[in-house]
Structure formats: C-alpha cells, structure tokens
Design a protein around this ligand. Sequence first.
Ligand code: FES
Length: 119
Amino acid sequence: MYSKEVREYFKNPINMGIIKDADGIGVTENEICSDIIKIYISTNKNNIITDAKFEVKGCPPVIASCCIVTDMIKNMNIEKAKNITAKEIIEKLNGLPKEKKHCAELVIKTIKKAIENIK
Ligand code: FES
C-alpha cells in the first residue's frame, strides 16, 4: 500500500509537462519495469534552476518522485541539486515499499542526467 503522499501526487501530479526551450534534458528507462522518465530544467546565469518539468510513463511511485524532485530543485543551485538523494525523496513521500525504491533512484538518475546535459 502506498502512502497518502504517493496517492495524492499520483492523482494530482504537479510539474507535469515539457519545457520547450529547456537548458537541460535527462531521459532514463528502466529495462526491467520499462518505466521511462524525461526531466526538463531551465537555469539562469547564476546557475540556479528556475523551472523543472517532467514526462513519464510509469508507476505511481515514479510519478510521485518526479513531482517531489521537480518541486525541490526549483530555485536551487545546480551543484546542490546534484546532491539530492533517493532517500530524501522517499522521506518526503513518507516511505515507499522496498520493491519500489528503485523508482526514486531512477528519478535521481534522470535529474543528474538533465544537469549534466545543461548547454
Ligand atoms: Fe520501475 Fe517504478 S516500477 S520505476
């Protein structure tokens, strides 16, 4: 059973969508469960993330984790955003079942890729 937080974000996801002129885009796919995540970020000249959105084909925990992470990194310095962990996301979601922890890890991998790909 998922936490109230996971269920809420699954029903009413925030930050879902695309950023047309994104500065960085990260895409990952889990080969086992075939969930796909795409995260878009915009930054300013001071290395602050000004916006973040995502598209996803996946399970409720992966959707909820995308909502949390895109919200967390807004107005955050790029260097700091690189250090967000799956554990932090899971805490904010009030826990994930053990077999769903990889969902938060996949989201972290995607955000790191988006940051690495900043033009
Ligand atoms: Fe694999 Fe959610 S079940 S990322």
